[in-house]
Ligand binder design. Structure first.
Ligand SMILES: Cc1ncc(COP(=O)(O)O)c(C=O)c1O
Length: 456
């Protein structure tokens, strides 16, 4: 039974509740909230009352919807995350890492991995993914480099990587997982941007299918769910016990989980798995592919198409920086992209991307390309940070809470940062607490911030 049906049935009982939450399932709603959220939202917001279940030790309706999701994803266990992939990544790390354990992390990781490092006390070893200068983005992990690091560091317990990247670039996880198995390393994949992969084969092969142990996906990013609805999936083959993951999640999850969000996650997964959902994804990929074919015919415009998920459209216009293109789209055409870098602009599509929106973007790009493009690159281009290798002096957990002072960025060379410096989006750390500030960091940050916190 879906959570929607369960709640519908429960409401028929008309039980009188003297319990939390205090809005009494909408018997009183602050007027402004009612206007925007609607009464139905409140109608399904319950606590762990008789007949309902407990997210921290599910035995009833929550167990039943989780079992349903496990079977849809073909996983040993599925966990619904009502605090986004951020919480799933931290819980995945807690499940397999203890204080001072070594963990290999791809440097294009999301900043939530940093949170996991502070909380677990694990010691990071960084691997730089390949960097594409032409587009200003990270690409996949070099497999020989991965094998070399693991063969030299036999004490590494886990490897955390992002697949696909923010821009949709995929890594061959089949081969990564084979290498990890060879060295007895648990593979955690942040698949926040790949939540549609399980439901449409042409987008990408899910990392769980490719042999990852733990996979975390954000359903809100592309799959049409409300913020911050995510799932954590545990592979059938992994040695990680599902009880351990549950315990880890319980450490960081509220005891009052949002039933509207749980209902949302359950409904989104069931929809994506239905014929209607498959048709919707088919339509989405068809529209995006049509859009790409059309804009690509413009000689002044390039679309990134190397081994990537088509729902993430990365575009470059001749003689124009990504920042400038982004600004023009925003100022003149009222269009906001997901993220821009010095070379390109990223547009994220998903279930809510209509043909009309794509058409509007296509018209804007065509106009920008056909207008007399001034060469302004020299003025606007910024130094990218993607290829700055970190120099680690202390682990993030060792620096947490230590005394710092804020100094002029111009005088920060060789000091140890106590700040997590990170543009959002994409949320990839430029500098982590405990890392030495290099000249390249200063060059990158000089126009962005005046001061930086450094260790005393
Ligand atoms: C690669 C990646 N992983 C994880 C996250 C965190 O996801 P959530 O917003 O679901 O917590 C993000 C968010 O931007 C992300 O880009």
């Amino acid at each position: 039974m879906s959570l929607t049906d369960f709640i519908k049935n429960y409401r028929k009982s008309k039980r009188v509740l003297f319990t939390t939450p205090s809005h009494g399932q909408g018997d009183f709603i602050i007027p402004e909230c009612k206007k925007y959220l609607g009464k139905k939202f409140y109608n399904c917001d319950y606590s762990e009352i008789e007949g309902f279940d407990n997210l921290s030790s599910p035995e009833g309706i929550i167990k039943s919807i989780l079992d349903n999701a496990s079977s849809i994803y073909d996983a040993k266990a599925a966990f619904f995350l009502i605090n986004g992939s951020t919480s799933g990544i931290i819980a995945a790390m807690y499940s397999v890492l203890s204080k001072n354990d070594k963990v290999l992390i791809a440097r294009n990781c999301h900043k939530s991995v940093y949170n996991g490092l502070v909380l677990t006390g694990a010691v990071p070893v960084w691997i730089m993914p390949d960097y594409n200068e032409e587009w200003g983005i990270y690409e996949s992990i070099n497999l020989d480099y991965l094998e070399e690091i693991l063969s030299k560091n036999k004490d590494i317990k886990a490897f955390i990587m992002t697949n696909p990247t923010y821009e949709g670039v995929m890594t061959d996880v089949y081969r990564v997982s084979a290498i990890c198995r060879k060295y007895n390393v648990i593979l955690i994949v942040d698949e926040a941007h790949g939540a549609l992969w399980n439901f449409h084969k042409s987008l990408g092969t899910p990392s769980l299918v490719q042999g990852a142990d733990i996979v975390v996906q954000s359903l809100h990013k592309t799959a049409g769910a409300l913020n911050p609805s995510s799932v954590l999936l545990l592979s059938k083959e992994t040695p990680v016990p599902k009880e351990r993951v549950q315990e880890a999640l319980n450490l960081i999850t509220t005891t009052s989980p949002s039933y509207p969000i749980l209902l949302n996650i359950d409904s989104v997964i069931n929809f994506l798995d239905s014929d209607e959902g498959k048709d919707k994804l088919f339509e989405l990929t068809k529209s995006v592919n049509r859009f790409i074919r059309s804009v690509k015919s413009n000689p002044n415009l390039q679309v990134y198409q190397y081994n990537n998920d088509v729902t993430k459209i990365l575009v470059k216009v001749t003689n124009m920086s990504g920042f400038e293109l982004s600004q023009q789209l925003f100022d003149k055409y009222n269009i906001e992209d997901e993220c821009a870098n010095e070379k390109s602009v990223l547009f994220i599509t998903g279930l809510g991307t209509t043909k009309q929106k794509l058409k509007k973007l296509e018209r804007a790009l065509t106009k920008i390309c056909s207008s007399n493009i001034k060469i302004t690159q020299d003025k606007t281009i910024e130094q990218g940070f993607c290829n700055i290798e970190p120099r680690v002096r202390y682990t993030p957990s060792a620096v947490w809470g230590r005394m710092y002072k804020e100094i002029d960025i111009n005088y920060a060379l060789s000091r140890v940062s106590t700040e997590l410096v990170c543009d959002y989006p994409p949320g990839i750390p430029v500098l982590l607490p405990g890392e030495v500030i290099k000249k390249e960091h200063i060059n990158y940050l000089i126009n962005k911030k005046k001061t930086i916190k450094v260790l005393l």
